[in-house]
Design a protein around this ligand. Sequence first.
Ligand code: SAM
Length: 294
Amino acid sequence: MIEHPCIKDGWFREVSDKYFPGQAFTLRVEKVLYHEKTEFQDVLVFKSTDYGNVLVLDGIIQVSERDEFAYQEMISHIPLYAHKSPKKILVIGGGDGGVLREVVKHSCVTDATLVEIDPTVIELSKKYLPNMACSFNNPKVNVKLCDGFKFLRDVAASGAKYDVIITDSSDPEGPAEAFFQKEYFELLYKALNDDGIVIAQASENVWLNLNYLKTLLETARSVFPVSEYCYTMLPTYTSGQLGLIACCKNPNTNIVQPSRVPTESEQANMRYYNNKIHSAAFVLPTWARKSLNP
Ligand code: SAM
């Protein structure tokens, strides 16, 4: 059996000393499929007894086969259905391919570029997460293997623009650190068309770290005229939910209200997203609303 410091007595244990040291999440391991320290991060893939194959980066669960759709659909379809006509899409991170799978479901999308720093994640996902990594060969898709922050800096300098940018990154401790800072939001703003929308995984939720989210949202609001917190629910992210920050360049864009609804055939291909949950995802419990939307 391949050994890993997060696996003991047949259980994988996710512990975050930095953000919430008194809480941990565990999954029973059937088999460890792969472990490597790449140039960028510690990469683990294991088969769990109840959640299918699970991808872990630097000790933090990124996706499980059982519940990944709740994340991929919401981070993709909230900005894509809020936008009237999204054509050019940029995905930063996202090497498991799940967001790409959702993006190319939109027939109006003509061009989807994915920028992933670690080629190992893409290769492992093709092998162990085939239902996620199923769109890399789609003719609309273009993959760049480089640092997403540097890529965006070049895009902003070149004047190229996107309709929707999705930051599907790992958490701030590691190669994704720059995605949670003001300079990144400024680059996102520059790289968007006038009606452009961005969304980023916030790495936290209101139960875990409300102050962190408040600061992140304030950073986004110092750059974008519209920035809102919303969330998706899935068991394998700590506390069963993950926050997303959605920002619009046009002050008149209503991110809470989809401007398009899925066609019947698009909806038949989705398991979590619908136009009601799009709006509901922005509704916060009172104590969190008072802090994030005072
Ligand atoms: N759904 C996950 C979550 O929030 O837990 C995130 C998906 S995971 C596939 C995130 C990806 O971002 C990883 O493959 C990682 O290699 C990539 N990544 C991290 N830092 C990056 C950077 N600076 N540039 C591009 N990709 C990066």
